[in-house]
Every structure is written in C-alpha cells, then in structure tokens.
Design a protein around this ligand. Structure first.
Ligand code: ARG
Length: 244
C-alpha cells in the first residue's frame, strides 16, 4: 500500500516539476564487467531484466528481497528458482554469447521481508553450479560508494541493458531519516545527490564502498531527484543472518 502511495506521489511530483530528471544508472558512465566481475543481472527464464545482484561466493548472489517476490500476488509470494537466471560476465545484456547464464537452485529471502519500504530487503540466490568469476566480500558503508547496474538512465527511460556505474555520497543516518520517512537507521543506508542515483532495474544491485559490498539497491522516490537519495539495504546489519 505504502509503496503504491509513494509511486503515485512520485508521478505527481514528476508532473509538477515538468517531467523526468537528469540523465543516466542516472548521472553515471559506462562500466565493464571485466573490472567488476562480481556484478550480475537477474533475469526471468526468458531473459527479461529483473534486477541486479552481486556474487559473494562462486555459487551465491546477494540481491534484494523485492527482486525475488512476485508482485500482484496476495502476500507477495516468492519467485521459484526455476523462474530466475543469473547472468554474469556480460557488459551488454543483449550480447547473449558473452559471459554465462546460471540456473538458480535455491532462493533465500529475509524471513521478515514484507514490502520494500519496510526494509529487510535482502535475498540470497544459490546457483545450481559455481561461476568462474571473482566474488566480492561484504563491508561497511563508511565512505562514498559506487553503485552499478543495467537499469534506467532516467526516471522514465527504458533500462540501459549495458552496465553503468556512478559514484554517490553515503549520507549519515540522521540525514537519511530526515529525507526519508520510512528510513530505518542501522538497517538501511541512503546515498546519492540530485543527478546521481540508481534507478528502476538497478534494484538488488551492488553499492561498493572501498572495494566491498556495503549496500543493495532497494528503493527511492523517482530517481536522482534533488533531495531524494536512493535507499539501500545496509549489509553489515544482516551479516549474522546471512552467515558470511
Ligand atoms: N526499486 C527499484 C527497482 O526495482 C529501484 C529503486 C532504486 N531507486 C532509486 N532512486 N535509487 O529497480
């Protein structure tokens, strides 16, 4: 419900402010998977982009809980492993012979996840086999970060489908709580400033701080708007439940 109200509000603000904001991820530049081999895309079985993710072990991908939840189903049930694919080693998702597609053997969704703005927006996919790409360790959000993804380059654009990245400032819990009423200090983090942000399709993807995976793209009001930082799942908070 809450999510829907935000979407409606976002649409209204977009109209009032004269449409979409800024450009590209938003405000970013092209990236190469060779430089960040742990970046993955999560797609449907027929190759539609659902979300981003990150390899944290040769057979484990961290993503967002809302990426593995079927929308429009009462209670928001979990997607089945056979409905998901992990695509790794592919800078341009349209180049199907680049990198590898991995079937998913298991989906773990945070047991407390209810809807995206309430947090606990984290999930782990177990792959049916290992992938030959470097994984990324978890870390703290104690500096500026880089967010990567294949998603939209503007609020109303189509997904980029090629990997992009942007450097974003990580704000303090106090600032985030002031800007985002649903903010949960300690369990979320917020990052970005007008013109630089993740956007739709980047969900589940990595926020990297000092070479470690610090956050998972979770939600935002529109994309890259002035005074509307993107909200991320703060992974350090979930270390005990993730067990790695
Ligand atoms: N929830 C969106 C998705 O499903 C991404 C939200 C990120 N938005 C933002 N402005 N940081 O892809």
């Amino acid at each position: 419900m809450r999510g829907k109200r935000i979407a409606v509000l976002a649409a209204a603000i977009a109209l009032v402010s004269g449409g979409s904001t800024a450009d590209a991820i938003v405000g970013g530049t092209p990236a190469q998977v060779a430089d960040t081999p742990w970046v993955v895309a999560i797609t449907t079985a027929d190759g539609q982009l659902i979300c981003g993710g990150a390899l944290v072990a040769p057979d484990k991908v961290v993503t967002a809980a809302h990426c593995v939840t079927n929308k429009g189903v009462i209670g928001g049930d979990q997607r089945l492993p056979q409905q998901l694919r992990v695509v790794a080693g592919r800078t341009d998702l349209r180049v199907k012979n680049e990198g590898l597609d991995a079937p998913v053997a298991g989906v773990w969704r945070h047991p407390d996840y209810r809807e995206v703005t309430r947090g606990d927006d984290v999930a782990v996919l177990t792959l049916a086999s290992t992938l030959p790409y470097r994984s990324i360790p978890l870390g703290e959000a104690d500096d500026d970060g880089v967010v990567l993804g294949y998603g939209r380059t503007a609020e109303n654009s189509a997904p980029s489908m090629t990997l992009r990245k942007v450097t974003v400032p990580v704000l303090s819990d106090r600032e985030c709580a002031r800007k985002e009423p649903d903010y949960r200090p300690g369990a979320m983090l917020c990052a970005g400033r007008g013109g630089r942000d993740a956007c739709t399709g980047d969900s589940g993807g990595p926020l990297v701080v000092r070479g470690r995976l610090a956050g998972v793209v979770s939600f935002g009001r529109g994309c890259a708007r002035a005074d509307e930082p993107g909200v991320y799942t703060r992974l350090a908070h979930y270390r005990p439940v993730l067990g790695f």
